[in-house]
Design a protein around this ligand. Structure first.
Ligand SMILES: Cc1cc2nc3c(=O)[nH]c(=O)nc-3n(C[C@H](O)[C@H](O)[C@H](O)COP(=O)(O)O)c2cc1C
Ligand SMILES: CCCCC(=O)C(=O)O
Length: 363
């Protein structure tokens, strides 16, 4: 940048800088922050940086395509949108703008989306998956599932790394509270009330989760959800071979390797470091990954190690904050263009040509 002109962002870091400069401090901290000492948050990106690529040459890369399929749906590329809450915190059109900007990409919508599911679906042109936290009030949970089904969502994503929202020191310090003009409009207001109640030195979303999330949930409860919805079920927040085998045994349709972007268990491994153990245990069950993907090169590493798709959390919100739907589209295009270039230069013209031989350990 420089020269006094506002340069067009051409790296994800530029979108982050623009969002940091314009968003209110407590909103930026909520978006950017992590749990505990933020070790896992830093490790997610650091672990990608430690990997090197092993290029092959003379493979005919005149036609490179990142196209793929997932749960029966065709996707133009394997870069999707992770569920993040309350998009109206950063842009008045919220998740509707996100859905427009997704432009055919996989879009996982948060349970705490701040615009109606039907409006999000009307703006979408690619697969829509509905993310859920297991509420104590199962009637409210089921009502959300019904709304997602009615809006034409394609799958349910149960987030399993959040029996309660972890202590996030920045949010606690800021007394972070969901402001009155922004709300999780797809969930009964009575269940969301405490997320709007401020208290000095404590995060309202952490208090809210302790009050409303069901901490008794076990693998046996998945059957309750499966019996009530025909939609495929995906588990988000898997980091071990043991839990991957349990997911398979319980008939789950896909798993997402995730540490919630370093916002839940601080000390959990970087997602790229947990990926191969999960892929090996998955025995063909589709595995996705989120956490720390900040370039097409990172995406290529995860795909080579066996992820079927990667999801972007914070970068999509940076794009949304910067320029609404156009910003979301720009962020996705940037990563997909980098991925396509990395496929070209590593000599792997399709995702089927990518395997672990494209990546080496540590540099
Ligand atoms: C502001 C914010 C809100 C989030 N809200 C949710 C949510 O509602 N549901 C959920 O399952 N994950 C949520 N996540 C976690 C993301 O889905 C994802 O795991 C994480 O952001 C990926 O890491 P990245 O931000 O490094 O790409 C949230 C993350 C952020 C940053
Ligand atoms: C109740 C939690 C809010 C959304 C979330 O998962 C996050 O902020 O990471």
């Amino acid at each position: 940048m420089g020269g006094g002109k506002k340069a067009k962002p051409d790296r994800l870091a530029d979108f982050a800088a623009a969002a940091a400069a314009t968003l209110p401090g407590e909103v930026w901290d909520y978006l950017d922050g992590g749990a505990g000492a933020e070790w896992t948050l830093r490790e997610n990106t650091a672990a990608f940086a430690r990997r090197t690529l092993r290029p092959r040459v003379l493979t005919d890369v005149s036609r490179v395509s990142p196209a793929t399929t997932l749960l029966g749906a065709a996707l133009p590329h394997p870069v999707g949108i992770a569920p993040t809450a309350y998009h109206r915190l950063v842009h008045p059109d919220g998740e509707v703008a996100t859905a427009t900007g997704a432009a055919g990409a996989l879009h996982v919508v948060s349970m705490f989306a701040s615009t109606p599911l039907a409006d999000i679906a009307a703006a979408a042109s690619g697969p829509l998956w509905m993310q859920l936290y297991w509420l104590r009030d199962r009637a409210v949970l089921l009502d959300l599932v019904r709304r997602a089904e009615a809006a034409g969502f394609d799958a349910l994503v149960l987030t399993v790394d959040t029996p309660t929202v972890a202590r996030r020191p920045r949010d606690a310090r800021n007394g972070f509270t969901v402001p009155p003009g922004v709300a999780a409009v797809n969930v009964a207001a009575s269940v969301m009330a405490s997320s709007h109640v401020a208290q000095d030195g404590s995060s309202a979303i952490e208090r809210h989760s302790r009050e409303q999330f069901d901490q008794t949930t076990t693998w046996a409860d998945l059957a309750w959800l499966r019996e009530r919805s025909p939609l495929p079920l995906v588990l988000k927040g898997i980091l071990t071979a043991e839990d991957t085998r349990l997911a398979r045994a319980h008939g789950v349709d896909a798993v997402i390797v995730s540490n919630h972007g370093g916002r839940q268990l601080d000390g959990a491994p970087a997602t790229v470091d947990a990926l191969t153990e999960v892929v090996d245990a998955a025995a063909g069950l589709p595995v996705l990954l989120d956490g720390g993907v900040r370039s097409g090169r990172d995406a290529l590493v995860a795909l080579a190690l066996g992820a079927r798709a990667v999801l972007l959390g914070r970068p999509v919100v940076w794009g949304l904050a910067h320029a609404g739907a156009d910003g979301v589209r720009a962020v996705l295009n940037l990563v997909v263009d980098e991925l396509t270039e990395a496929m070209t230069l590593t000599g792997r013209p399709t995702l089927a040509d990518l395997d672990r031989s494209a990546v080496s350990g540590t540099r």
